[in-house]
Write a protein that binds this ligand. Structure first.
Ligand SMILES: Nc1ncnc2c1ncn2[C@@H]1O[C@H](COP(=O)(O)OP(=O)(O)OP(=O)(O)O)[C@@H](O)[C@H]1O
Ligand SMILES: [Mg+2]
Length: 223
């Protein structure tokens, strides 16, 4: 089977003057459509750099990222990113923050009424419809992240990229939101690449595939 998302021999070296830092070396990863892959590693091992390369925000020094066999080298709505610290626009309401993304992607393919319904549908998915008229300053950290996830999902990306989206939250909220994302994945079957860290000394990836009988998790590679 042809991989949906392919990270092909990725190297990343940051250079400043004569000093250079090799952050990623020969990273290869294939993700199939509908897989939920988590990359776990200690702080500074290069997780965000890798995610930014997939998002098209950073260029790899060597290698390439292929999405449906097409090379990715700039950001696009086919890869929506949710960052650790929410990136909602503070002057817009919860509804408007999600609607902005919806209008950007669907202005020519959906009517105003459809875009409204789609915005509300995605807010409902993350149980945030009740707060539609609140501004980011008026909701909690976990709620902001849920709105960020709704905004990303509403753009119907081919791949959802999550960079430690729950890192700044307390343990209870984090566990709850992780369960919510797993449930969304089971329900929607979208392709997710999530970065996290667990304080261990090594990086590893773990993949989940939604199955009728539940989920299966297995470590797949170590770097
Ligand atoms: N723009 C940059 N210029 C130079 N070095 C960078 C740049 N971005 C990241 N680095 C370096 O690359 C390494 C990996 O950084 P990265 O942000 O990818 O780590 P991370 O695994 O996401 O860490 P954390 O878990 O703390 O978020 C670090 O040593 C960092 O200093
Ligand atoms: Mg990071």
């Amino acid at each position: 089977m042809r991989p949906y998302l392919k990270l092909d021999h990725i190297d990343k070296i940051f250079t400043r003057g004569n000093a250079s830092t090799e952050v990623l070396k020969d990273i290869n990863l294939t993700i199939e459509k509908g897989e939920y892959v988590s990359i776990i590693g200690h702080s500074g091992c290069g997780k965000s750099t890798l995610l930014n390369i997939v998002a098209g925000l950073t260029d790899p020094t060597m290698g390439c990222v292929l999405l449906e066999n097409r090379e990715v080298n700039s950001p696009g709505p086919d890869r929506a990113v949710v960052f650790q610290n929410h990136s909602l626009l503070p002057w817009l309401t919860v509804y408007e923050n999600v609607r902005l993304g919806v209008d950007k992607v669907f202005s020519s393919s959906k009517s105003r009424a459809e875009r409204d319904a789609w915005t509300m549908h995605n807010l409902n998915l993350v149980q945030m419809a009740h707060a539609r008229d609140k501004r980011p300053a008026e909701i909690s950290g976990g709620m902001k992240q849920r709105v960020g996830i709704a905004r990303a999902l509403a753009m119907e990306p081919k791949v959802l990229l999550l960079d430690e989206p729950f890192g700044a939250l307390d343990a209870l909220t984090r566990a709850h939101l992780q369960d919510s994302v797993m449930a969304l994945h089971q329900k929607l079957g979208n392709t997710i690449l999530m970065i996290t860290h667990d304080g261990s000394a090594r990086c590893w990836t773990c993949r989940w595939r939604a199955r009728a009988s539940g989920s299966n998790c297995r470590p797949t590679r170590r770097t």
